[in-house]
Design a binder for this molecule. Sequence first.
Ligand code: GLV
Length: 326
Amino acid sequence: MAKPKVLATRPLFPAAQAILNAGCDVEYWKEAESISKNEMLQKLRDKEGLVCLLTEKVNQELLNAAPKLRIAANVAVGFDNIDLDACTKRGVVATNTPGVLDETTADFAWALMMAVARRVSEGEALARSGAWKGWDLDQLVGTDVWGKTLGIVGFGRIGKAMARRALGFQMKVVYADAVQAPEAVEKELKATYRGMTDLLAESDFVSLHVPLLPETRGMFDGARFHRMKPTAFLINTARGPVVDEAALVHALESGKIAGAALDVYENEPFIHAGLKRPNVVLAPHLASASIETRTKMACMAAENVVAFFKGQKPANMLNPQALKAS
Ligand code: GLV
């Protein structure tokens, strides 16, 4: 029997290719430049499966161009690039890659927090510049991370991984979430539930770990920055549009907060010029980018596709209702 035709918008990694090739007839996009929307739509005309990145929109336009499509496997845990309702109506199953990137993402959020607090980027620039004159008592003094208060907004898997790291830094951890964690988890992680207002007032570092949803879009606006301490830092490894970027720039310019460390932006890859300041550490959406984790993410997406075409339920289905519609 002919294998189902699948488009992968990246070559993926050899381990993921091995999984996918065993069950599917795969066309990989191998150019250095990302696939354009038009090219992707054109290639999807005869495809039943898609392995895609978070930069690619799986929306009504794509579905219209892909009449045979039955599964779209996102190589990411966040799936705000996928119009789930439209997929479900069309009977297209969508999957993501939860669970494999939590520790790696928390590592990176931690790296950003350390970098902005201890002025690592500014120090590196000075060290490379040739202008460094040697040790000085008040040179590039930053602020301590250890012993401070970490406010975690969104206490899912990644938020909890942040809390676990905070234990080693003797930090006080407060968290805000739609639901309070079980007492045993709070005890283990020494984390205390707070309303957002209290969390903002208390925290020296506020780290965002919520998905992008209608209710979290623009969640960090001028009013929220106003409630933060002027000595506090914002860390965002979640999704850019959770933060109103213009309001963040205003908060930085007016000294309402001390700084920020960002991995994600409102309109990637555009970065607001007002964020390019010494007290802001900028990274280009790298939080899950370790070879171990990216390989696991790609393999997971491949496994979801292969399972689906074997007639099994993919492990990470976002819209099981789509199976009924298909
Ligand atoms: C990365 O941003 C992801 O959602 O996996």
